[in-house]
Design a binder for this molecule. Structure first.
Ligand code: OAD
Length: 231
């Protein structure tokens, strides 16, 4: 096929070599913090300060981080591939953008965005958000980090589903395949006959569903895969 349509899903593993911790690896974020406390609407209602502090710390860390060869290779693929490339990330950092990607779908939200829970207005988050910060649109004291928490619906699922229905190649990079709906994208892609490839340090939970499994660091596997696609 001359110009295959490609859908890429990235997870925390692609940012690991940029110094940002993953969630489920040993010593990862979910070993240090309880999901129920920092990544659910109920946790935010119970203790907004804890949640705002958690994302402020992650925002500060992400602001210092620099993209690695994995992010940069995907930006090159987007720029040079003649077919469609949809880059979907579960990551809330902006390392794909810093690596040169112009169109990145942040299905789990973004650290550099704030959201009003009253009117749904979004605006660029300051480096430090405060509890009960006022919304610049409706003035209600209802700002929250623009992160999709457990129990909430990921963003832009229609666009992702459309792209998966037309995909010729689906690649999952640095994601453990634990969190749905993202972990189910491989099944949707397989269903339409797409080639599927996993690039991960350790095999993900759903590794058996992929045709092509490449073990290794994203900074090595991703540039090699991109070279193959671009020929
Ligand atoms: P995980 O922490 O669950 O998985 C990270 C994956 O990256 C693992 O499979 C590792 O083997 C792999 N990995 C680690 N270092 C790597 C490297 N240098 N190169 C390649 N792979 C590497 O992170 P996610 O799958 O992204 O959601 O987690 C999915 C979602 O769960 C997150 O978006 C977050 C979390 O709870 C929310 O907060 C809503």
């Amino acid at each position: 096929m001359a110009h295959p349509s490609i859908v890429i899903l990235t997870g925390a593993g692609i940012s690991a070599e940029s110094g940002l911790g993953t969630f489920r690896d040993e010593g990862g974020l979910w070993a240090q913090h309880r999901i129920e406390d920092v990544a659910t609407p109920e946790g935010f209602a119970r203790n907004p300060q804890l949640v705002v502090d958690f994302y402020n710390a992650r925002r500060a860390q992400a602001a210092e981080a620099v993209p690695n060869a994995g992010h940069i290779a995907l930006a090159r693929l987007q720029a040079e591939h003649k077919g469609d490339v949809l880059l979907v990330t579960q990551n809330v950092d902006d390392l794909h953008e810093k690596g040169g990607s112009e169109d990145v779908l942040h299905m789990h939200g973004a650290l550099n965005s704030a959201l009003c829970s009253a009117c749904d207005h979004r605006w660029p988050a300051p480096l430090e958000m405060h509890v009960a910060q006022a919304c610049p649109n409706c003035a209600a004291p209802t700002a929250r980090p623009d992160i999709v928490w457990f129990g909430e619906i990921p963003y832009q699922m229609d666009r992702i589903q459309d792209a998966l229905e037309r995909a010729d190649i689906f690649a999952a990079i640095g994601t453990s395949g634990n969190v749905y709906p993202a972990a189910g994208f491989v099944q949707m892609a397989t269903h339409v006959g797409a080639k599927t490839v996993e690039m991960n340090l350790e095999p993900g939970e759903n590794v058996a569903l992929f045709e092509d499994v490449r073990a290794g660091k994203a900074s090595e596997t991703v540039p090699k895969w991109v070279d193959e696609i671009l020929g």
